[in-house]
Design a protein around this ligand. Sequence first.
Ligand SMILES: Nc1nc2c(ncn2[C@@H]2O[C@H](COP(=O)(O)OP(=O)(O)OP(=O)(O)O)[C@@H](O)[C@H]2O)c(=O)[nH]1
Ligand SMILES: [Mg+2]
Length: 453
Amino acid sequence: MARAEFAVVGHPNKGKSSIVSTLARNDKVQISHQSGTTTKANRVRVETLNAGYELIDTPGFQRPGKVLAWLKQRAKSADRRADAIAQFIDDPDCKSKFPDEVELLTPLVRGAAILYVVDGSRPYGQEYEAEMEILLWTGQPSMALINPIENNDHIQSWSNALAQYFKTVRLFNPMTADFDKQVELLQAFAHLKPEWSETINLVTSDLNQVRNSQQQNSAIILARLLEDMCSYRCTQKVLSKDQANNIQPLLIKNYNQWMLRREEKSMQELMAIYAHYQTELQIADLMLPPDLFDCEQWYMWGLNKQQLLTVAAVTGAVSGAAIDLAVAGHSFMLGAIGGGIIGVGSTLLGANKLVDTKIKGLPLGGYEACYGPVNNKNFPYVLIGRFIYLQHQICHRNHAAREALKLDKVDLQQQITSLEKSVQKDLHIACDKLIQQKTIENLELIIKPLLLF
Ligand SMILES: Nc1nc2c(ncn2[C@@H]2O[C@H](COP(=O)(O)OP(=O)(O)OP(=O)(O)O)[C@@H](O)[C@H]2O)c(=O)[nH]1
Ligand SMILES: [Mg+2]
């Protein structure tokens, strides 16, 4: 299959690297406010299951007027123009005087198509004509992309000017273009060279597959997280019961630290799946309550008490009638204050005792102090709530984005109730089993519908 290559070129600081990053769906491309960030041509291979193509990020034009003058001296007629460009990139004098132009023109001489990027929020000016002229001289297929960095104010004059040099002119904002828009642009690339159509078409159809496997892998990460965190216990062998009691605070500290690290690890894994390596995320960014085991705060992430009681009916922990009775007649809060429901609630939900604490005698003498596993029924929901909260933000984040992650609200309960009833039931049963330390087959399949595509 023909190797498809696209060099992203233009003035400095117009979003070339941003476009490469978003289209490659990888944030390893360097982007910055500073003009002249990219100084070397940088190839980014976009590989999917059945095909692939290359994007070449390039430095911006620095002295296009002078370069064009040089070229004009070498080519007096149109048939000599492409040769003049080839001479230019090999000329030692040009390499030292015009390093950026040599870098950006080299891939074009080697056969890459041109994606010319301009900023639609800045006025068009004649100074761009030298660079567009040079690009024309390469004789390569080309397309212009208007990136409206701050606004759409100058799109019309840009369109008029670009139409003089490019057959295809498109609007593309690398910060906001969603998946469909990215695929649409890629499909337009397929028309640049007929021999590249097959490759590009394969890539576009593969991209949906890629997203599906990202969702699948996210579900696997979440499943392992749930299993690990719901079963974790911290133990220590000691000689006496007193020692066992004294060691409790240390066990609790180690337990909490382990849990935090385990959750953090899953979040790093999640970011890597979506190729967001540069997005910094501290567990604290997820508005973690000061204490992960602060029950009151949990309800912000997991289910509220009433929802949990309903779940108890679904999983058969208590009959629906008992719950109706407990919840009926008075508001939940009043009931709780009155002590009526809290009694039912806390035995049902294990809300009084969050984590199991045990001291057991060992057959060969001595004791084992043990902290864990967690026995609060809300805990798996809390973990799921926090994980999908991040997954929902990261799965639609454009790879050109470099600002801190903005975390918008995701309501777990709403996500759950949007699922089919039987799927909901499987989920609740699975969460219940997790807390009871029972094995669950295909946990990843049960939770996958909660993760976005
Ligand atoms: N708001 C917004 N900012 C953008 C957009 N495109 C680029 N930027 C910002 O503009 C700056 C320059 O973007 P780059 O992608 O590094 O530009 P470049 O053309 O590769 O720059 P050089 O490598 O220096 O030539 C960065 O701070 C980007 O975050 C956009 O569509 N919207
Ligand atoms: Mg750049």
